[in-house]
Design a protein around this ligand. Structure first.
Ligand SMILES: [Zn+2]
Length: 357
């Protein structure tokens, strides 16, 4: 029992994870289901009679409106990162239990206790809640489209560039006292990364063994972040590049695709996945960090993560790189390679050419 005045931060913990077939779910409570049309199509035989809400935005205003409209006894988030992230917010705002049913391992959002929202051109995380239960139906995950199936692996592969950034910041004395590097965190992060690299082909093939391993790696990555008390081990310059390019491309569009660790909005009808943008960010930043980036490109190929999304033009990549120095300063993002490196048009072109050609 903790004393009443105990002010210690609680260490986050993973939701309980249940492996079962969707056919075994029988929900008798009044359920509010947050989902997307393609995801609902996958699970439409589910024995739940819900208030059904299709999610298509992730600004704070979108989330607040949904939270106010919610009437029920239990919240379900069904789909990828966007639907589940929104369900976390809605459940937390209404003090309701939350069940997450990922139809694709496209991000780590179904495991975390925060909801990414876009505000003022950047991504912020609102404390929401972790799901109380995550239901894993391996048949559903294995039948997801190959291009999305293992997208969440990009949030493990991002350890490659994020951990470099975090260690560089330590060398420069730029980490706050609550975010000091420890050799243990680096050791564990390196092991997760290495395990992903060694099993990329199995994971990308979408076998039950491969996707179970990806699930385990995502669990361990999220738990490591909880123990550290921050996400520096997996969120660095590669994610900042993603936030910046989403902002860059999204400006002026009626439906800006602004996802944090969420996914799949469209631009001009082309789906854009978090894993694809993070994959691109990892390659660019690894090259700028003078890391051996080719092993990461090989891993993305084995994972079937398309790191060259056709909806993102080369010009947009170049402009985002050139502006990144100002972007990370403006949004006061933690120290990374983007903090000190001024990327000239020439460096931008060469880096893009190096990793994409
Ligand atoms: Zn991410």
């Amino acid at each position: 029992m903790l004393p009443d005045d105990c002010s210690h931060e609680k260490i986050g913990r993973l939701p309980s994870i249940v492996s079962c077939s969707l056919a075994d779910i029988k929900e008798r409570r009044e359920a509010v289901v947050l989902t997307t049309e393609p995801a609902w199509d996958v699970v439409k035989d589910l024995d739940v009679h819900p208030q059904l809400i299709y999610v298509d935005g992730n600004t704070k205003a979108d989330m607040t409106a949904l939270a106010e409209a919610c009437e029920g006894e239990v919240v379900y988030g069904i789909g990828g990162g966007l639907a589940i992230d929104t369900a976390k917010y809605v459940a937390a705002a209404n003090g309701l239990p939350l069940i997450a049913l990922p139809t694709v391992l496209s991000t780590d959002a179904f495991l975390t206790n925060a909801t990414g929202v876009r505000e003022n051109g950047c991504v912020h995380y609102l404390r929401s809640k972790a799901p109380d239960t995550v239901i894993i139906d391996m048949d559903v995950l294995c039948s997801a489209p190959a291009s999305m199936r293992a997208g969440g692996a990009a949030d493990v592969l991002s350890i490659a560039t994020a951990m470099w950034d975090w260690q560089e910041a330590e060398k420069m004395g730029a980490n706050p006292s609550t975010q000091q590097v420890t050799p243990q965190a680096i050791g564990i992060g390196s092991t997760l990364l290495q395990t992903l690299l060694e099993n990329a082909r199995e994971i990308g093939s979408g076998t039950p063994t491969g996707l179970k391993l990806l699930l385990d790696l995502l669990c361990m990555e999220v738990q490591l972040c909880y123990l550290c008390g921050h996400s520096r081990v997996e969120e660095g310059s590669e994610h900042y590049f993603v936030y910046a390019i989403e902002n860059h491309v999204g400006v002026g569009l009626p439906n800006p695709y602004d996802k944090a660790h969420t996914e799949s909005e469209t631009i001009g009808g082309e789906p854009l996945l978090h894993g694809e943008l993070v994959g691109l960010g990892i390659l660019l930043m690894a090259a700028l960090q003078s890391q051996p980036w080719m092993q990461y490109r090989h891993a993305l190929e084995c994972l079937q993560i398309n790191y060259r999304p056709s909806a993102v033009a080369r010009d947009a990549i170049a402009e985002t790189l050139i502006d990144l120095f100002d972007y990370v300063a403006q949004h006061q993002l933690p120290y990374t390679v983007a903090t000190t490196l001024r990327i000239t048009p020439d460096i931008a072109d060469r880096t893009i050419q190096t990793i994409l050609d």
